[in-house]
Design a protein around this ligand. Structure first.
Ligand code: VG1
Ligand code: CO
Length: 543
């Protein structure tokens, strides 16, 4: 087998966003595109010589082809070993776990996560570090810089590795270990939670629905929920991963997981419902007749996490992304633990988790996780909820109401304006940014602006600074809104408007969310002119 050095030239736009590089599948399939980016990752992270990597993805269209290319490139770059999920499939949290479990030098995760998959949809690739977490900004910038100077890449001339077969193979001088994608992950979950107690819950007739959305979590959820915990067969729906996710948009929110929502709002609903995204790191949680917002879910999980065996000792701290509601901060305060506010994207939690400053982390975008891996973890969150439900013997509804009456309620919603022309989005963002200094004191829609800034983050562990992470407007009554440009889309620019209002209770805890937020929504429009400038009647997706 021969190592080929292929001359290439830089390709523009290979800049990783919030979570890796995401592009249309056809772009990734174009000449040298994947190879240039993969070689740039290898070059910018110190080469692959004698190293071990994990390789796997969410199973979307092109996943298998891309995995074969990456394996041949790792072999050509001198890697010692690659650990690959069977069929080149690994959920993102399972990949993070394998990176850590095997003490490897990192991992290549093939996924565009919650973005639709298929020939005409999206593909993505990201690199995770030896700690199992997404590469931090300094590394993704170095990768991007390398894509702009690259002159050649190395690839082994070889036939495909048989990724259907579990066991050891050789690719040139590199060892390829094909592993069961589920086994180690399921064992990890079993070590964290009280499986016997959860089994008892199911044996008493507890009913659950888990919508895997034809994405990667199907096999994980069937193994853990149905086989190990004894949930009724068929609890997991859309359980077979498909290359195009069966045409579903694998984003677990009330809009895209509407089948689950409809079932859970029905009078005969199961006791507990959940869904996960394309690569298995997101979760949506729904009770009988009640949707749990991700920001609330983080707060409730943090307040109850001591009920699960692995967390009996309590929390070191709670971290949330800036746009996520302050509900978790109230729990941190009550527990007397550190509260951290980071920019959007899981890469910012890694240092806090590694340094023992946080145990549990979350984002408003349906992401929750803990220090058991270095990614958000959809099934982990669902299992923690189940463990809490088994311990408390209350319904989701009772737990939520109890939480609000104790801590007060942070009404919260996100309004997405998708695929706007890039210039329009830039005009809206730049216009507001330019006026931030003048806004404090402005009264609008019955609210008064108290503070306005462009969020910047100073990492307390490594001292790195990240700027321009979202425009924040804080009102005197504690409400706030945030305007931020998405970094995961592949078409035009998506703007996200995050809205929050705190009601301390005892009254006013049962309002309809958009109604409770009406003054903030009105003030946000008056200040950002988002609808007016975008020419849209309203948001495309409301979560
Ligand atoms: C979105 C979410 C962010 C999340 C990211 C990756 O990013 O807002 O919270 O970490 O997706 O999630 P953005 O830049 O589009 O707002 V996943 O599950 O797509 O890896
Ligand atoms: Co995801």
């Amino acid at each position: 087998m021969q190592i080929l050095t292929i001359p290439t030239t830089p390709i523009s736009g290979q800049k990783p966003g919030t979570s890796g590089l995401r592009k249309k599948t056809s772009v990734f399939q174009s000449r040298h595109y994947l190879e240039n980016f993969a070689q740039s990752i290898i070059d910018a992270t110190g080469g692959a010589e004698r190293r071990t990597f994990v390789v796997g993805g969410d199973g979307r269209y092109f996943n298998d082809r891309a995995a074969q290319v990456i394996l041949r490139m790792l072999a050509a770059n001198g890697a010692r070993r690659a650990i690959v999920g069977q069929g080149a499939v690994l959920s993102t949290p399972a990949a993070s776990h394998l990176i850590r479990l095997n003490g490897t030098d990192g991992g290549f995760i093939l996924s565009a996560s919650h973005n639709p998959g298929g020939k005409d949809a999206d593909f993505g690739l990201k690199f995770n570090m030896p700690n199992g977490g997404p590469a931090p900004e300094a590394v993704t910038e170095a990768i991007y810089a390398r894509t702009q100077t690259i002159t050649d890449y190395r690839v082994l001339e070889a036939t495909d590795v048989d990724l259907a077969k579990i066991g050891e193979q050789e690719l040139g001088k590199m060892q390829v270990s094909v592993v069961d994608p589920v086994a180690d992950y399921a064992a990890l979950m079993e070590s964290l939670f009280d499986f016997p107690k959860m089994r008892t819950l199911f044996s008493k007739g507890f009913r659950m629905r888990f919508d895997a959305m034809c994405a990667v979590t199907g096999p994980y959820a069937v193994e853990i929920l149905e086989r190990r915990l004894g949930a009724a067969p068929g609890t997991v729906t859309h359980a077979t991963p498909l290359p195009d996710f069966g045409g579903m948009h694998p984003d677990p929110n009330p809009t895209w997981a509407h089948e689950l929502m409809a079932e859970m709002m029905d009078p005969g609903a199961p006791d507990f419902g959940a869904a996960s995204d394309g690569d298995g790191d997101r979760n949506m949680v729904v009770g009988q007749g009640i949707y749990v917002s991700p920001s609330d879910s983080l707060a409730v999980l943090a307040a109850n996490v001591h009920l699960a065996p692995a967390y009996r000792g309590g929390l070191k701290g709670i971290a949330r992304s800036m746009p996520t509601s302050g509900a978790a901060d109230r729990v941190a305060e009550a527990l007397g633990v550190q509260a951290h506010e980071t920019p959007t994207g899981w890469k910012f939690f890694g240092n806090l988790l590694d340094d023992g400053r946080a145990t549990i982390c979350g984002e408003e975008s349906f992401g929750t996780g803990s220090d058991h891996v270095r990614e958000k973890d959809g099934l982990w969150a669902v299992l923690l909820w189940l463990n809490i439900l088994a311990e408390r013997s209350e319904t989701v509804q009772e737990i939520m109401k109890g939480h609000w009456s104790h801590f007060g309620r942070n009404y919260y919603s996100r309004h997405d304006y998708e695929a706007l022309p890039t210039e329009v989005a830039a005009t809206i963002m730049d216009g507001l940014r330019a006026r931030l200094g003048d806004l404090p004191g402005t009264a609008v829609a019955g609210l008064t602006v108290e503070g306005a800034d462009d969020f910047a983050y100073l990492d307390p562990v490594d001292g790195s600074r990240s700027t321009a992470q979202g425009l924040r407007l804080r009102f005197t009554d504690g409400s706030r809104c945030v305007l931020r440009a998405s970094g995961t889309g592949t078409e035009g620019a998506t703007l996200r408007l995050y809205l929050e209002r705190f009601v301390p209770g005892p009254g006013g805890l049962d309002q309809e969310v958009q109604q409770a937020l009406a003054p903030v929504i009105e003030a946000a429009e008056a200040l950002t002119a988002l609808k007016k400038l975008s020419g849209r009647n309203g948001p495309d997706v409301v979560t």
